[in-house]
Write a protein that binds this ligand. Structure first.
Ligand SMILES: [Zn+2]
Length: 377
C-alpha cells in the first residue's frame, strides 16, 4: 500500500524548518543513553517520509544530501564530532547505501556510550529505539513497526502474521470433534499492571494443550477494539491468554513456544461476565515501568468459566505486537463473552489516552483456519 502523504506547501515547510531546528538542537543536547521522546521521533519520522520518494522504507543518498543542504543545523549535527555526532563506522557504512528510518534516527542521535565499540552501530541503535518505543498511531504505529527496529522486520515481511479476519464460511472443519486443543484453567493468584500498551494480568493458574504440547498460562491482557475480526466485524474488546512451554528458558536447545487463546467480548446490558468482575475494580491507570511495579490482585482469579465448548478457530500465527514473532499456536473462541458498557468504559479509562490498542488484521497468505465445534457431532 503506497503512502498517500500530501506534499507540504511552503508555509508548512517553514514551520517544519523551525520545528526541525528545535529537534536537532534537542538531539545535540541529549546524553548518550537518553531515549528519544515521542515528539522528536515523530518529527524525524516526518522528515524521513518526506525523503522516502519511493515509499519503500528507505531513502537514497541523493535525497539525504539534498535534505542536508537545505537544513544547515542537520548538516552541522551530521558532520559534528562531539557527543551528538553519529559513529564514524555507521556513517561510512550507510553513506553510499540507502538509509532506513532507524539508521536515520541513529545518525542524528548521540552515540550510546556502552555500545561505542559496535562496528555496525546497531547495538547503539537498539539502545536508542527501545522496544517500548512502538505504539498504535503515528510514526510508531502498526504500519511502521518494521521501520522502528531491525528486530521488528517480521511485521513487514512475515507470512503468518496476526491478527486475522475470520470468514467462518471458508474455515476448514476439523475432522476430530474436539479438535486438537483443550483447556485446564483453575484459580490462581495474579498481579496486574498497565504497561502503556495494554493492561496485563500475570497469572499462572492453568494450562492449554495444543497439538499434544502443554503450554502454561503466563499472562492475559486486553485490546480495544478487538484485533481479530469475524466477517470483518470488530468487537469492542479482545482478551489474549498467553501460554508458554514450561522450562524453555533453561533448555537452550528447545526454544520457548507460545500458544495464544483469543476471547472476544461483546457489549451486553443483560448479563455480567463474572470472570471480568474478579479484577476489573483494580485496573491500574498509571503506567508501570517494569514488572516490579505490578500490583498484587486482592483475590485469586478463576478462569475456569473460559471454555472451548462453544467451538473455536485454530491457525498458525504471530505476536500482534513487536517484534511480531511467528510460529505461535493461535486459537480464537467462536462465541464472544459479554461485557457491560460500564466495564468497557472502565477499561478504556484505565488505558488512558491510548484508547485504542489494536493492530489491524493481516493477510492469511494461504494459511487455512480450522473450525472446531463439538456441536457438529
Ligand atoms: Zn494481545
Amino acid at each position: 500500500m503506497g503512502c498517500t502523504q500530501s506534499k507540504h506547501d511552503a508555509s508548512e515547510d517553514a514551520s517544519n524548518g523551525t520545528m526541525l531546528q528545535a529537534v536537532l538542537g534537542h538531539l545535540g543536547q541529549l546524553d548518550g543513553d537518553a531515549k528519544l521522546d515521542h515528539t522528536t521521533m515523530s518529527i524525524v519520522y516526518d522528515i524521513f517520509k518526506d525523503m522516502d520518494k519511493d515509499s519503500d522504507g528507505t531513502v537514497d543518498k541523493s535525497e539525504f544530501e539534498k535534505f542536508l543542504s537545505t537544513h544547515p543545523a542537520a548538516k552541522t549535527l551530521w558532520e559534528g564530532e562531539g557527543k551528538a555526532s553519529m559513529s564514524r563506522s555507521l556513517k561510512d557504512a550507510i553513506a553510499d547505501e540507502r538509509l532506513s528510518f532507524y539508521e536515520l534516527v541513529a545518525a542524528f542521535a548521540p552515540e550510546a556510550p556502552h555500545h561505542a565499540g559496535d562496528a555496525s552501530g546497531i547495538g547503539g541503535l537498539e539502545s536508542l529505539i527501545s522496544d517500548a518505543a512502538w505504539g498504535y498511531r503515528g510514526y510508531n504505529g502498526p504500519e511502521n513497526w518494521a521501520l522502528l527496529s531491525p528486530k521488528n522486520k517480521l511485521a513487514a515481511t512475515g507470512k503468518e502474521q496476526c491478527p486475522v479476519d475470520i470468514l467462518p464460511s471458508t474455515c476448514v472443519p476439523c475432522p476430530a470433534v474436539d479438535g486438537d486443543a483443550s483447556l485446564a484453567y483453575g484459580v490462581g493468584p495474579g498481579t496486574i499492571l498497565n504497561n502503556g500498551h495494554t493492561i496485563q494480568v500475570n497469572w499462572k493458574g492453568g494450562s492449554m494443550s495444543v497439538g499434544g504440547t502443554t503450554f502454561e498460562a503466563a499472562q492475559f491482557h486486553f485490546h480495544t477494539a478487538s484485533e481479530t475480526t469475524i466477517r470483518g466485524m470488530q468487537y469492542p474488546l479482545e482478551m489474549h491468554v498467553v501460554h508458554v512451554t514450561p522450562g524453555a528458558n533453561e533448555r537452550v536447545s528447545e526454544p520457548m513456544r507460545i500458544a495464544v487463546l483469543a476471547v472476544l467480548f461483546e457489549t451486553r446490558t443483560d448479563v455480567e461476565e463474572v470472570f471480568l468482575s474478579q479484577f476489573f475494580d483494580q485496573l491500574p491507570s498509571h503506567v508501570a515501568h517494569d514488572q516490579d511495579d505490578a500490583e498484587t490482585l486482592t483475590r485469586p482469579v478463576d478462569l475456569s468459566s473460559i471454555s472451548l465448548d462453544g467451538g473455536y478457530y485454530r491457525l498458525r500465527g504471530s505476536l500482534t505486537t513487536p517484534p511480531c514473532t511467528e510460529g505461535l499456536e493461535w486459537s480464537v473462541l467462536a462465541s464472544p463473552l459479554p461485557i457491560l458498557p460500564a466495564q468497557l468504559e472502565t477499561f478504556r479509562k484505565a488505558l488512558g489516552k491510548t484508547v485504542r490498542n489494536f493492530r489491524p488484521t493481516q493477510p492469511l497468505n494461504g494459511r487455512s483456519i480450522t473450525w472446531v465445534c463439538a456441536c457438529q457431532a
